[in-house]
Design a protein around this ligand. Structure first.
Ligand code: 5AD
Ligand code: SF4
Length: 471
């Protein structure tokens, strides 16, 4: 049994990242034969992509996927720690699985992802959720076959969570969610330590994948007809900072663009590491999408300092406008937290004024949620829930106004759309995303799925557009 340890998780050693190829032990190849699985994923794209690796590993050892957890022989929860409600959802699901297991004694239950990296969570599973068969963390996905095997053989709860990162595993199998757009990890972990954020503890220190491994993966995707890659990392702009030779995000973006994959996206960018060269490269290559997620978190320089964000309202706005002025038709989205400890009405009004100035194309707004072991959790949380909810409401009213206003500007224009499939809004038709990441619904047939087509925008709503195919 290896349990998570916060002290270890916090350390940032100088040791070099060692690359290791994934290997599956022959003895595990049949352990899931005849059994079914269901993976429930919470949280961000990073977790979604981890689940694509997890599913492929389960299939390599004989399991087959089912779409209903009640029908599965193995249920795995890939969890998220970012806010308390993500926690509560996962524990709620565990409760349902416990009941299911009362009826289905052989049900195998696993927990992985960011919550598995938390000392408190694993302690709770160990003592109160003994029916959970195995737990593994974000640093040892590749150990999944081994852990299932151990649990099946010994019938004891198998817990293996590394607090230090371990080697960088390449060549893990992947079962991609669709065959026209793909996630590609470029950097793992985060060294920013924003005071409210649990990610530097759950995802470890910053480690970049090699340029060669990334480009090989993208080139294979191009060969397989993929239309879009999203380069993933907690902070993609820090890509390459851990190399002992000069190769950074702007170089990688350029090399990925040169593979001629029709669409390149990347997320998430910390404003601190956004360089002028990156902006130039994005502006230069038409296949790098003019869509940038640039989390601001707060519009008050005082709160930004308490958050450990390393920029002020003014320096953020300078970067924001540089991006807007250099990249034609760029759409910028953001994340904003309200109710950080000590946030006054004046601080919040600074956030509102920033939102008014930036007129974001999209914004994800959250109420601050104290996370175990983070520096901000030690600050007095002196904003009442009522105030937090009121601020969220007022902020949403401002950002929503601009989503609609920006969408309305597109009416009458023809946009390029990657068609994703048949829409689920009750009407017949298709949906897809524009280059600026806007959802658009239009009439068309399902054989357009996976193609990039021209669509003329006919009307705008707050969160989507309607359009018609423009031949
Ligand atoms: N409370 C509320 N929101 C948070 N985020 C990260 N940590 C917290 C927290 N403790 C938000 C940030 C981040 C997004 C992924 O989640 O806005 O950019
Ligand atoms: Fe959630 Fe952050 Fe972990 Fe993603 S990295 S799953 S957002 S805690």
């Amino acid at each position: 049994m290896i349990l998570p340890d916060y002290k270890e998780a916090k350390k940032r050693g100088k040791e070099k990242v060692i690359r290791e190829d994934y290997e599956l032990d022959n003895e595990f190849k049949q352990i899931g034969k005849g059994k079914t699985y269901f993976v429930k994923t919470y949280g961000c794209q990073m977790n979604e992509h981890d689940s694509e690796n997890i599913k492929a590993m389960l299939e390599e050892i004989g399991f087959t996927e089912v779409d209903d957890y009640e029908k599965a022989d193995l249920v795995l929860l890939n969890t998220c720690s970012i806010r308390e409600n993500a926690h509560n959802k996962a524990f709620g699901m565990l409760g349902r699985l416990k009941h299911l297991k009362d009826e289905k004694k052989n049900l195998i239950i696993g927990v992985c992802g960011c919550m598995a990296q938390e000392e408190g969570v694993v302690d709770e599973i160990l003592h109160k959720h003994k029916y959970v068969n195995f737990v593994f963390g974000t640093h040892n996905l590749h150990r999944l076959p081994y852990l299932i095997n151990e649990n099946l053989k010994t019938n004891k709860q198998a817990i293996e969570v590394y607090s230090k990162e371990g080697n960088l595993i390449e060549g893990m199998p992947v079962k991609r969610q669709n065959n026209y757009k793909a996630y590609v990890n470029i950097i793992y972990g985060c060294d920013k330590f924003c005071t409210y954020c649990i990610v530097p503890y759950t995802r470890g220190k910053q480690r970049s994948r090699s340029k060669e491994d990334i480009l090989k993966e993208v080139e294979e995707l191009v060969k397989d007809g993929y239309q879009e890659v999203t380069l993933l990392g907690q902070n993609v702009n820090a890509y390459g900072k851990d190399f002992d030779y000069p190769y950074s995000m702007e170089n990688l973006l350029e090399d990925v663009a040169k593979t001629n994959i029709p669409r390149v996206r990347f997320m998430t960018s910390h404003p601190w590491d956004f360089t002028d060269k990156m902006i130039e490269v994005i502006a230069k290559y038409p296949n790098i999408m003019p869509s940038i997620h640039l989390p601001v978190q707060s519009g008050s320089s005082r709160i930004l300092k308490l958050m450990g964000r390393r920029y002020t309202k003014e320096s953020y706005l300078e970067l924001f406008h540089k991006i807007k002025d250099t990249i034609p038709n760029v759409a910028i989205s953001t994340d904003i937290i309200v109710g950080f400890p000590g946030e006054t009405e004046e601080d919040f009004e600074e956030t509102l004024s920033l939102a008014e100035e930036c007129k974001y194309d999209n914004a994800f707004t959250f109420i601050y949620s104290p996370r175990e072991n983070t520096p901000a959790a030690k600050l007095e949380d002196n904003v009442t829930l009522e105030e937090k909810e009121d601020r969220l409401h007022r902020l949403n009213a401002v950002v929503n106004k601009y989503f609609l206003e920006n969408n309305e500007k597109l009416v009458g224009k023809t946009v390029k759309v990657l068609v994703e499939g048949v829409n689920t809004n009750g009407k017949d038709g298709m949906y897809g995303y524009t280059d600026t990441m806007k959802l658009i619904n239009f009439d068309g047939c399902s054989n357009l799925t996976g193609k990039i087509i021209n669509v003329k925008v006919t009307s705008a709503k707050t969160w989507s557009l309607d359009g018609e195919i423009d031949e």
